[in-house]
Design a protein around this ligand. Sequence first.
Ligand code: A2P
Length: 339
Amino acid sequence: MSAISNPVVAIAGATGAVGVEMLKCLEERNFPVSKLKLLASARSAGKTMKFRGEEIAVEELTEESFEGVDIAFFSAGGGISRKFAEAVKRAGAVMIDNSSAFRMDPDVPLVVPEINPEAAADHKGIIANPNCSTIIAITPLWPIHKKNRITRIIAATYQAASGAGQAAMDELEEATRAHLSGEPFEQKIIPHPYPFNVFSHNSDIDPENGYNEEELKMVKETKKIFADPEIRVTATCVRVPVLRAHCEAIDFECEKPISVAEVKEILSTAPGVKVVDDREKNYFPMPKDASGEDDILVGRIRQDISDPSGKSVSIFVAGDQLLKGAALNAVQIGELLVK
Ligand code: A2P
C-alpha cells in the first residue's frame, strides 16, 4: 500500500453526530486534507459547516460525489455505505466505513489503530471502523492480552444515546425536559421511555440465542480484531440516559494469574487509555469525564474475588462513543493511509 499525500477527503454523513466529530478530528489532528467534501442527504444540501476557518457547503451525496476523492469517511448508516461502496471504488478512493455493513467481510480489515494497524495495509478499497462498544472495551484490554493472553471477557455496557445518532441525543434532551415539566412526549427514535430509565439495547434480538445485535458485534468483532478466534466473549448491552459516552463493566480472565498492580502498570503506558482509579476518593470513570476525551478511562481495577486462581480481573471503563468509539478511530485509520 503506498501512502496517500495531501488527500482529497469526503465525509458522507457530515451533518450527523459522528460526521460533525470527524470534521473536528480532521481539523484538530491536522489531517493533511487538500480539499474537503461534505456530503449528506438532500435535506442538508446548501447548509455550511466550518473547517479550518472556511465555510464549506454541504452537497447531496450521489454516485458522482467521489470523483477526485482519495479518502471517503462514511457515517450515514449501513444502507448508505452499501449503496455507495461501488461508486467509491470506481473513483479509486478508500472508504473508511463507520457502519456495520462490511465489518465481518473477510476482505475488509477491521481496525483499531492501537491494536492492529498493520491490518489496514491489506485493504481492497474498504476499511471498517469497529462497533463503538467493541472499541471502548478492547482498546484497554489489548495491551493486557499481549502480555498475558485473555481467554474470556464478560462485559455489561451502559450505552449513551449518541450511538443511535444525533436525533436520539436530541430526543433524550427533549423527552427529559417534557418529563420534568409533566408534559406528554412521544418518542420517535428510541422505542422505550428514555428519561430516568434503563433498557436493553434497541437492536434486534437473535431469536435462537437471545443475544441482541450489539452484543454479537462485540463477540465477533473482538475475535477478528485480536485475530484470536478462540477468545470467549459475552456481553449484555444496555442503554442508559447519557448523551455521548459509553461505560462498560468488564471482567476478564487471563491464561496465567495477573495482579491488579500488573494491570495498572500495563495500562499506565497503554496508548489511548487513561487510568482513573482513586479508591480513596471513590473516583472512577464517568461519562461526564469521558465526554470530549480521546482516551478511554479505566478504573475499578480489582481482582475478581469469584476466581480463586488469580487469573481474573474486573474493570470499569468509560469512553466517548462519538470520538474513540467512532470519529476519532476512523480518522486514526485515515492517518495510517497518509504520509
Ligand atoms: P442529513 O443530516 O441530511 O439527514 P446521525 O447518525 O446523527 O443520525 O446522522 C446520519 C447522517 O447520515 C447525517 O449526516 C444524514 O444527513 C446522513 N444521511 C441520512 N440519510 C441519508 C441519505 N439518504 N443520503 C445521504 N446522507 C444521508
